[in-house]
Write a protein that binds this ligand. Sequence first.
Ligand code: COA
Length: 708
Amino acid sequence: MSTHNRFHQFDALFSPQSIAIVGASENPEKIGSVLLRHLLPFQGNVFPINPQKRTMFDIPAYPSVTAIPGEVDVAVIAVPQPSVKAVVTDCAAKGVKFSVLITSGFGEIGRKAEEMELLQIAQAAGMRLIGPNCVGYGNAWQHVNASFLRTPEAGGVSLIAQSGGNMELLFAEALQGHVGFAKYIAIGNALDMHFDELLPYLADDHETTCIGVYLESVRDGQTFLPALEYASRKKPVIVLKGGVSSAGRQATISHTGNLSTTADIYRALLKQLGVLQVATLEEMIDAFNVLRLPPMRGKQVAVLTNSGGLGVIATDLLEQAGLTIPTTPEAIQNQLKQALPEIASVHNPCDLTVEAPATDFVTVLKQLAASASPDAFFFPYSCPGYRSVEVLENFADHIVQALQALQLQIPFAACNLPGTTTFFKQRFEAAGLPCFTTLSRGVNALSMLAQYSNRACFPRPPISQPGEAYHVRTVVLPILERAFHEQRVLLNAEESRMVLRQGGFNVPRWACCATLAECLDAASHLTFPLVMKISSPSIVHKSDVGGVITNIHTPQELQDAFLSMMSAVTRHVPKEAIQGVLLSEQIPSGQELLLGIKRDPVFGSFIMVGLGGIFVEVFQDVALRLAPIAHEEAATMLTELHAAPLFSGVRGQIGIDVPAVLEDLIRLSQLAAQCPEIQELDLNPVIALPPGQGCHVADVRIVVKQES
Ligand code: COA
């Protein structure tokens, strides 16, 4: 039965009529035996393929795929590596629709050419390949477990994983957490089928309520991104990105490059696409569980517990996770006090004490849900050791029944703490209510729910075309091309400022001067005060070598500045080539920001904003997004900075011209998206002036690279 409205090519994989296991074995230690045994409950045709056997587990076996009478939808191939090519050729000849290559020993150990041969054979026959080097796939609702993973419970989570081992661990962990699975697939070396096609398929699959992805690397960002975006707009997508720690900072010559490691890029991208990122397999299971709850509209949590100490720790952890525990309104407290014993505390955390019957908890729950409307209930319960299992079961049943009757649209997350009984947890989970095993896992789960429920996903605007607002490529490209022709990666001061002017940024008037006489002449066309900077292609940190002088108010000061700068710079770095100085009009002081571009080889160009000057290096408080972005996304970037309160004005400060900064971020994102040749770009600092006075670029560095 197809789970899609219309027939999809992949239905023959996930809902097959027939599956052949090539390399089937009766030796229980062999993978081919595990595969065959896992497929015994499958209702369709199972064809074991083994050269020596005519029956296996009482099923007719065949010497080869071509000997099978009738059609074969899927062939699962678990023969030794040297035989794989012949088997794939057989499958292609037979008209098999999908071949799942379990066998290892291909691209992952450098045998790329052998892998490509398999792909060519398959493509010529219109056959699709999964793997090689994968653990297989399954559809729990149809008893298809064409993998050597344990068979999971059927449910709503579908999984795509690059590593089969992680899928096995997830299934093991899921057994503890009552998570059921719909479709699951390990893509191994992903020679043919990978995330790009599977994500949209699962997003449209009626049995899939939530998609989990274990990701190590993305081959083609341009096809992966739309697939992930499509899926995440339809269903919760949870991603565990492996291999972030080794993704060290690449050698870069800009702040933006330095502050955007591969891990930062993935984090920004997943957030931008509304995907929930988790760090561990346990967190992934907890996310599957908690995302079954209604959305958590805000951050206010009502804590219900039977232990004062637990309530205190839960409150601490919830607050550390950015959630709030507001005091129960006094009127509701008074009502609750009348209904509860005197020893119960109803401030929030509500500690009803160890002996409180379930009815007391239900009273508080009903009252708070009706009148205080918290955004979530958190229920850390310490099962008293002296209580009988029967009493505890009745307690849990009572709470669960009350919750079901109430049909709360407010998420309710329970915690059954270790060292007590597991009955409690089982009762909740049997009713489809998550129950976490430690306080911190429960708190973290609620925090993930809050994060996911309040995620902001803004559509990405198109890249501006000639004649449209923000189009810059046509005018900027000739400037970039000059650098290419001269085989330079760094634009000079003049070129960089020209790029910005063309892009619509406020750049103070400037002049490049080789001599003192040129300085004095240029100054007569500029407005004092002026800033002087040394001009040298090789001096990166100009102020460290005396190469920046500000507050030049008169021609005399200009002359003094020129002479002292030349002497300081030649003293500090006598071997560097000096082209002269750059004179520019001085921007009044304001809030220093960093705006930047970083080109990622897989996903494309990202833009960054943070506090400028020295702050960016010390605090690394930056927001990153894939370009281009629209106004709402730019606004979110600013608000997510820790420094955000500075922008609207704190402690008598007047704040900054936020609309002007947003406009610059949009411009920058269009420049980034239209000019993939720009590898790195730093506007540092950009001086953001008080509201209504705009923002101005004080310094710029642009690194280019020709797209290959
Ligand atoms: N057609 C059909 N059956 C064949 C065959 C062929 N061309 N070649 C061998 N067989 C049969 C064998 O006779 C054997 O059956 P038997 O037990 O009845 O004798 C069975 O297939 C398995 O062959 P064998 O030679 O015993 O191989 P193996 O089981 O030791 O190893 C793999 C096969 C695929 C498991 C192994 O090569 C491999 O790649 N292992 C790693 C897999 C892995 O970990 N993948 C996922 C990584 S995440």
